[in-house]
Design a protein around this ligand. Sequence first.
Ligand SMILES: [Zn+2]
Length: 208
Amino acid sequence: MSVELRDCPFCHKPAVFVGVHDNEGNYKGVPGCEYESDPWSGLSYGLHHKGWGECVLCTCGEAEVMGGVLFDTAEQAARYWNAGGNLMKKKAMISQPMNGKTDKEILAVRNQAINTLTQMGYQFVNSLFEDDGKEEYWFTPDALKKRGIENIPLCYLARSLEVMAQCHAVYFCKGWDQARGCRLEHDAAVAYGMEVLYEDGAAREVQG
Ligand SMILES: [Zn+2]
C-alpha cells in the first residue's frame, strides 16, 4: 500500500514516510513488508522523518516515531500528516512594475500587496535585493561587474526566478502586463504551475 505524503513544511523535502510497527511501537518495515501481512504482535503505523540532524521534525532513525503517535492504518497516518502540513502557510512573492515609478510609489504598492497577501494567509517572501543586506554583495553594480554580468536586468530576472522557486504563489501588481520583467515572471509562473494571484482581477481576463 503506497500512500502519498506531502513534503515536510520545514525542510521542504520528501523526507517523511510511514513505518509499520507492532503494538508496542517496534519498527517492522515499510507498508508492504512481510510483518504487515503476518502481524503476530499487533499492527500499528507511525510517521518518520529521514535525515537525523537536518530538520527539526527528524525522528531518530526508525526506532522513533513522530510524537510517539501510533495510528491504526497507514492511510490514517498519511491523512494526519497531510492535513497538518496544510496548516503551514503558503509562501508568495510579489511581481511589481518599477520602471518610471518613484521609490515612494513602489513602496506604497508593495506594502499594500504585502498586506493583502498576509490577509489571504500567505507568508511574504522578499524578492527585492535593495532592502536585504545579505544580497548587497551580489547585486551592487560593482559586484555584478566583478561576477562578469553583462546584462544586469537579466541577472535581476534570474534572481527573481530563484526566489519564485522558493514560493507557492506569485502576486502580480497592477500594470504587470506592461513591464518586460513582470511579463516574463508571469510566463514562468504559469508555465511552471505556480499559483497566480492578481492585484487587479481584470488582468486575468486580458491574459485569457
Ligand atoms: Zn523536515
